[in-house]
Design a protein around this ligand. Structure first.
Ligand SMILES: Cc1cc2nc3c(=O)[nH]c(=O)nc-3n(C[C@H](O)[C@H](O)[C@H](O)COP(=O)(O)O)c2cc1C
Length: 134
């Protein structure tokens, strides 16, 4: 696992919606927008499964994920890769579920996707593009 720097954490938490990429076991890619996202500590991301279909199917057979986040203000961009666990019970699931339900009862909050960050890459256009930063 890797610990995000404060700079990367700041940009992450300013980002409202992130594309979440997964792949089936046979390698068919899928990408979907996600907004119910929380950074937990330095190395973990929580995403709430409210409406996931292919994303969840993919994670069950191939538990890896990629996200990117782009900050309009600073023009910085980072990609994160991680390994996932799907939780439908337990204190972490209950905590995030309660937060979602407090926002609105419309959210089904079906499962919690816990992402342990394994790699971070720069995706800002320019000479640092593609560089592994963590
Ligand atoms: C701006 C935006 C934010 C979204 N945030 C979430 C989210 O946090 N969790 C979720 O389960 N679905 C979210 N969705 C809905 C999913 O992207 C949508 O259900 C999509 O079909 C999921 O992809 P999949 O069917 O390939 O799994 C969001 C959609 C939009 C447009």
């Amino acid at each position: 696992m890797v610990a995000l720097s404060n700079e990367v954490k700041d940009i992450f938490t300013r980002t409202k919606v992130m594309p979440m990429a997964t792949a089936s076991k046979s390698g068919i890619p899928n990408v979907a927008p996600m907004a119910s996202i929380q950074l937990v500590g330095d190395d973990t991301v929580w995403i709430m499964d409210n409406y996931m279909v292919k994303t969840l199917e993919n994670l069950k057979e191939n538990p890896v994920v990629a996200l990117y986040f782009y900050d309009q203000e600073s023009k910085r961009c980072f990609q994160i890769k991680g390994s996932t666990e799907v939780k439908t019970s337990g204190p972490e699931y209950e905590k995030f579920r309660n937060q979602m339900k407090a926002k609105s009862d419309k959210y089904p909050a079906k499962s919690l996707i816990v992402i342990k960050i394994t790699d971070v890459f720069e995706c800002t256009p320019g000479k640092e593009a593609g560089k592994k930063v963590l």
